[in-house]
Design a protein around this ligand. Sequence first.
Ligand code: SF4
Ligand code: SF4
Length: 164
Amino acid sequence: MAARRRLPRKDPISRKGLRSRFWERIPLKDMTPAEWEALCDGCGKCCLNKLEDADTGEVALTRVACRLLDDDSCRCSQYEIRKQFVPECVVLSPKTLPDTAYWMPVTCAYRLLHEGKPLHDWHPLISGTPESVHAAGVSVRGWTVPEFEVPEEEWEDHIIEEPT
Ligand code: SF4
Ligand code: SF4
């Protein structure tokens, strides 16, 4: 009898050559490019479409994903050339973060550090494995719907709850 087992995948984000526990002591603006990139936990949630209440400014995430999101790897399928297809995709940087943090997922490492909060134990920088993000149920793996399948007026039916 043969059986297939899902093997742990290689971390697509390089987390080598970083200063020890840099996220606890180096301000975001002083991190190296490699440290900045390593902060991403690879959850893919920032690639979900959001609804913002024009009156209250409240933001809700939906499970309707950007057309370029691969919800198995939780990565952008065309990262290098994504702007050609999705010009509105925001590049996160220490400069853009103050204006964008409020609509990032509450578990996003950039948002957490921007708000002076610690990273969660399941973050790959702490757990040592990218699989901990999926095991903790905070990634988008396997439960999104592509935006070309859902008209915008129906996104409200796909709002998801964020962890508190
Ligand atoms: S939400 Fe934040 S931590 Fe998650 S993939 Fe996007 S940038 Fe990375
Ligand atoms: S273009 Fe790529 S990085 Fe930007 S939101 Fe879409 S899937 Fe995410």
